[in-house]
Design a protein around this ligand. Structure first.
Ligand SMILES: [Zn+2]
Length: 149
């Protein structure tokens, strides 16, 4: 997406979790814990992929896009389809997107990436970081980061 910026990629963290799992230091029950809300979001707003789940290898992963930001008001923290994001990006100055991959088969879930979208990116006068979104995506990213220490 054209206005996508401040992209944070969580693939290293994900690989670390998968390594821990292979080594038996965490159980599948620790990582396959998608909440009913997350799974509903995946069903109704998710973006299907052709990538197999790294845990059960029987289902394809679904990507869920959560949006956060002051301008969103009551919509903050909700899931949006991928096609809705460019529309929001043209109407709002700045909002945070958290992308979570989910397996509807075994409940595996992990934060994939986060980035900022919005009109501010078009003018280039973005004033930097947006801290308030950091607690988002149902705490998935934070929990994974703790697991890494
Ligand atoms: Zn799975």
């Amino acid at each position: 997406m054209r206005t996508q910026r401040q992209v944070v990629d969580y693939s290293l963290q994900k690989r670390a979790v998968l390594r821990e799992l292979l080594a038996g230091r965490v159980g599948t029950y620790d990582v396959c814990d998608a909440s009913p809300y997350l799974k509903n979001a995946a069903r109704f707003h998710g973006e299907p992929t052709d990538r197999r789940c790294p845990i059960c290898r029987s289902e394809n992963l679904t990507l869920v896009h959560y949006i956060y930001g002051d301008e969103l008001k009551q919509s903050a923290g909700q899931a949006r389809t991928l096609t809705e994001l460019p529309v929001l990006a043209m109407t709002l100055r700045e909002f945070q997107v958290f992308v979570v991959e989910v397996c509807l088969g075994c409940d595996w879930n992990h934060l994939v990436e986060q980035y900022l979208l919005g009109r501010d990116g078009l003018t280039g006068d973005s004033d930097g970081t947006n801290e308030q979104g950091a607690a988002g995506a149902e705490g998935a990213g934070r929990r994974r980061r703790e697991a890494q220490r």
